[in-house]
Design a protein around this ligand. Structure first.
Ligand code: NAD
Length: 333
């Protein structure tokens, strides 16, 4: 439970109507990005922040943690991408009230440390989902066609696509899979309403084992949590149909890498493509050659559109929080 900082409101009455105005003025908002936003996104963020009467500070392409520790010292709000907001960063940010991770996964923010200080942590769900979904589909086709090298490939049409976690990205991958003529099955224990799956013409399966058993292509979209860390490994991969491909645009932490290596060793028909290189990626590349693929750097959300959407959403959410106390996207409630 987070003892959230709620913006203090000034109450005024005019012609019997009560108005509330935030007392949080002169807020300083820092955008700290090792991997900067696109210029257009930064301009948009500036427009939103300065338009609200607040100050924008930028720390881009920093190379040393000390730079981040110094930059956060006097800020009230922080926007990050994959940047690590550790306890040390939070301790150094004495005025910090809100951190927004421009993106979906927020495992780069120390939620416990933020919560202890009453700092609100938000993400910007859905803003980069299409970019990630397009990459997942692209990786399926890439692997089906021998990584665009000579030789006879296969088609994805008519194959079964399994979606592990039917959230913002998973749903888009499911719909794109349907549009490409795939059978789509999905598993998400936290979605209890079957209508969510039915609306997309997707068959909901009852267990993770059933999902992997059915999937020629398995697209992974679970968040990295205590429960999911290292949960995808040998047994699930070994249960997949002949010639199956596991596509991971989620997180490397959800993979049991030794289990993955063992399954790829024992089954020469299995393939693995990931947007988040495994800790043992060089060894996997060496041992399995074209059967494994990792993007050079995580690039699922790296489109101009996703950049702009997530950056602007982060800025708007901070302004809204300061002005009205809106905590809709808070993840440490
Ligand atoms: P989301 O929050 O919209 O959806 C996550 C889904 O996972 C939810 O539907 C939830 O019910 C489900 N879920 C949670 N725990 C589960 C479990 N144990 N088993 C099955 N389902 C479970 O998130 P999203 O926007 O769809 O993103 C999914 C993940 O993709 C993120 O957590 C993030 O780690 C990753 N991601 C990667 C990139 C990239 O650049 N490659 C970009 C965005 C997101």
């Amino acid at each position: 439970m987070c003892p959230t900082i709620v913006p203090l409101m000034r109450e005024t009455k005019k012609e019997n109507v009560v108005y509330f105005t935030s007392l949080l003025e002169n807020m300083k908002i820092l955008v700290a990005t090792e991997k900067p936003f696109a210029r257009k996104a930064v301009e948009g963020i500036r427009g939103i922040v300065e338009g609200a009467g607040y100050e924008l500070a930028l720390l881009e392409k920093y190379t040393d943690k000390a730079q981040l520790l110094e930059a956060v010292a006097d800020v009230d709000a922080l926007i990050v991408r994959s940047d690590k907001v550790t306890r040390e960063v939070i301790d150094a940010a004495k005025n910090l009230k809100i951190v927004v991770r421009a993106g979906a996964g927020y495992d780069n923010v120390d939620l416990a440390a933020a919560t202890e200080r009453g700092i609100v942590v938000m993400n910007t769900p859905g803003q980069n989902s299409n970019a990630v979904a397009e990459l997942a589909v692209a990786m399926m086709i890439f692997m089906a066609r021998n990584r665009f090298t000579p030789g006879t490939g296969t088609e994805i049409q008519g194959k079964t696509l399994g979606i592990h976690a039917y959230g913002n990205v998973g749903r888009l991958v499911g719909r794109k899979g349907k549009a490409l003529g795939m059978e789509v099955v999905a598993y998400d224990p936290f979605i209890t309403d079957p209508a969510v799956f039915e609306a997309d013409g997707v068959r909901q399966v009852a267990s993770v084992e059933e999902l992997y058993r059915a999937s020629d292509y398995l697209s992974l979209h679970i968040p990295a949590t205590e429960q999911t860390r290292g949960s995808i490994g040998y047994d699930l991969m070994m249960s997949m149909p002949a010639g199956a491909t596991l596509v991971n645009t989620a997180r490397k932490e959800v993979i049991d890498e030794e289990g993955l290596r063992r399954a790829l060793t024992e089954r020469a028909d299995l393939k693995y493509a990931t947007d988040i290189a495994a800790g043992i990626q060089p060894e996997l590349d060496e041992q399995f050659g074209k059967r494994v693929f990792a993007t050079a750097k995580k690039m699922g959300a790296e489109t101009a559109e996703a950049n702009i959407n997530a950056g602007l959403a982060a800025a708007s959410q901070i302004v809204d929080f300061f002005k009205t106390g809106n905590t809709r996207f808070q993840v440490n409630k």
